[in-house]
Design a protein around this ligand. Sequence first.
Ligand code: HEC
Ligand code: HEC
Length: 331
Amino acid sequence: MKKSSSLVTGALSLCIAFPAMAADVPPPWAFGFQTPPPETPAPAAAPAPAQAPDPTLYGVPGAKEKYTRVQIGNRFGPADWFPGDHPVMPDVVAHGRQPDVIACSLCHYPNGKGRPENAAVVGLPEAYFIAQLNHFRADERKTSDSRKTNTGLMATIAKGMTEDEMKAAAAYFGSMKFTPWIKVVETDTVPKTTTSVGMFLPIAGADKEPIGQRIIEVPEDVEAVERLRNPRVGFIAYVPRGSLKKGEALVLTGGGKSPLPCGACHGPDLKGMLNIPAIAGRSPSYMVRQMFDIKTGHRTGPGTELMKPILANLTDEDMLAIAAYTSSLKP
Ligand code: HEC
Ligand code: HEC
């Protein structure tokens, strides 16, 4: 009796750990989580007890200034390690505006290259950029995974912005070129990771584990990215073996699943066209998140209507392969 009941609980817990992914269950890795969302949302965690601020001044190689961790993470004026790497930031990008408009440079970095849990906003067409801020304002850009709270934060930021601030931010980020930021590596195994606020971090000294049907995007240097927000240090995206070739076929021909190849609208080299954004060289997690959100109606607006027929017949695995391939291209 005892034996059979433990067998049953064993099987049950396996089901809980690896439930069959229904079509509308967001792929956890693309949203910054290890496991699918629970059916009943967990109560919000109690805020971490306040700690005395760390007085240490930190530096990064090649930067003149040093900053404390409080300064590095200041929502209304974060560290700008390399002012010479970018044009002068408009005030909204450098400082934001209290209480709701958090400085864009905190999350998207002064160079706009961003991190997997937010977005690369560098080089986006200005009209597209402003349209997206308006979609966030109108609650037309939501997330399929309610645990991903920074999508809501982005909406709060957009709602707090003036039209002039939107134009200034769009012109600033649009004036810079997106340069290589993500290294794509095909592999069978990946370092074991934890997640911190939507970003995967390799566990130091831990074993590897099978990659499965996931893309695991990690900082090239955890300390430099996670703690110091060094905007010169990019990311490595581990992708399953074979996904680049599979993705390439889907992107270039539609693979019999999409009525048009991606280049028909995103430009022959996928670097964007007219007011349609580039998809070459961008974070694969971001790509799959957006495709999933558009497909499931969490992200809407006139532009997304063009994307819907493209996505209608694509499985999660197809989208993974597509993102593996597009992120491996030069931005
Ligand atoms: C707290 C972090 C955070 C800050 C600060 C922030 N953003 Fe974002 N932003 C995000 C996240 C997260 C997303 C993507 C949401 C998703 O994937 O669901 C995003 C997406 C965007 C996009 C959409 C990009 C695309 O390709 O469609 C634009 C445009 C944007 N942000 C502009 C801004 C501007 C302008 C500011 C400053 C006023 C700003 N953001 C500040 C987190 C942030
Ligand atoms: C018929 C035209 C068309 C085709 C073909 C097309 N797209 Fe798009 N795509 C768009 C438009 C328009 C948008 C902007 C949506 C908006 O305004 O919100 C977009 C947005 C996106 C986004 C979100 C980008 C961002 O910055 O948030 C991704 C990701 C994307 N497309 C991927 C693809 C992929 C991958 C393919 C090929 C499998 C593809 N698209 C084919 C028209 C198209």
